[in-house]
Design a protein around this ligand. Structure first.
Ligand SMILES: C[S@@+](CC[C@H](N)C(=O)[O-])C[C@H]1O[C@@H](n2cnc3c(N)ncnc32)[C@H](O)[C@@H]1O
Length: 316
């Protein structure tokens, strides 16, 4: 069978996503996964694919999210990037008002299925609104259309992107970081500290000025985009037209969830959130409406598992 895309070793970055866990950790992770899978099978129905902590439903997310909500099933973290209504092959074109209303329906459902100390990270770009704006940040349209509490907006900046002659070439997208409960939410800052500190040994009154684990990575994040094109394609690129990078999602998962927690992506695409979840020992639930993308993401996940196994074999 010919592969749906080229996925060769070294396509996983950050490479720590290939690290192995202890036998005890693996057993506990699989126990939690099996329990979650049983509940889902009983309450929601058989997934399209389930393997080693990665669960994928081939469905409209509205259907699955409603079933989860009706069954009081809760997730700890949702990380997702929806269609931006910009004419991509997987999108239906909508009026801006209809687009906002549609987004509100699934954002509301995500709120209902989120644990009280859980978070929701929404990645959005820009759209054009005829007669009103050329590159209108989708975050301006959506930020308050929810009962979630907006903690902040993260600017994800990158080097490559579309060219422009009569306006500035866009080189950022946003992540809206929402929580449910201002008094109790997961925020593992030490897990994501930036080790790139200019004067790590600088002291004040005999004490180190900077945390030895590194500095706060701030609300502007610099991660390369997943690029496509001859000689410039990122190694992790699949044939999905709108992949976000593992490195960004790795940071989100580390900061906003604990090991064995449940991470949801209702617009699963090529399964980036799933691989970043697995690499951090989180249980993944993905929902994807397009069967080809489901199959592509399963192949990508299985290649990733093989790559992980190969890496662990070379250590002995
Ligand atoms: C921006 S892409 C997500 C890409 C993903 N973050 C990745 O890294 O591959 C949006 C995805 O949502 C899917 N989608 C669109 N409407 C959907 C729906 N109602 N339910 C589930 N998936 C949907 C599309 O097929 C597409 O794969």
């Amino acid at each position: 069978m010919t592969s749906l895309f080229e996925h060769k070793p070294t396509t996983v970055a950050p490479i720590e996503l290939l690290n192995n866990f202890s036998d005890l950790d693996n057993r506990e992770f699989l126990d939690e996964y099996n329990k979650t899978l049983e509940i889902l099978k009983n309450k929601i129905g058989e997934p399209y694919y389930a393997n080693s902590g990665y669960i994928l439903y081939h469905a409209d997310n509205d259907d699955i999210l409603k079933k989860l909500s009706d069954n009081y099933f809760k997730v700890d973290l949702t990380v997702t990037s929806p269609p931006y209504n910009i004419g991509k092959e997987y999108e239906k074109n909508m009026d801006t008002e209809d687009y906002i209303a549609w987004c509100k329906t699934w954002i509301d459902l995500i709120y209902h299925v989120t644990n009280d100390n859980g978070s929701f990270w929404l990645n959005v770009g820009y759209l054009t609104i005829k007669g009103k704006g050329k590159a209108v940040p989708i975050s301006y349209l959506l930020w308050d259309k929810t009962d979630f509490y907006l903690m902040q907006e993260i600017v994800w900046k990158y080097g490559a992107g579309v060219t422009a002659k009569k306006f500035f070439a866009p080189r950022n997208e946003k992540f809206l970081f929402y929580i449910k409960n201002q008094k109790d939410y997961i925020f593992n800052l030490d897990a994501v500290r930036d080790k790139n500190v200019k004067y790590p040994n600088q002291k004040k009154n005999g004490k180190l000025r900077c945390n030895p684990l590194g500095k706060n990575p701030t609300d502007v994040w610099d991660f390369p985009k997943v690029t496509s094109g001859k000689n410039r394609s990122s190694k992790e690129r699949t044939s999905h037209p709108a992949q976000y990078p593992l490195s960004v999602i790795d940071r989100v998962i580390k900061v906003s969830s604990h090991k064995y927690n449940i991470v949801l992506d209702p617009f699963s695409g090529s399964g980036t959130t799933g691989i970043a979840s697995h690499g951090n020992h989180r249980i993944y639930i993905g929902i994807e409406i397009n069967k080809d993308y489901c199959d592509l993401s399963i192949e990508r996940f299985e290649n990733y598992l093989n790559e992980k196994a190969e890496k662990s074999n070379t250590l002995f």
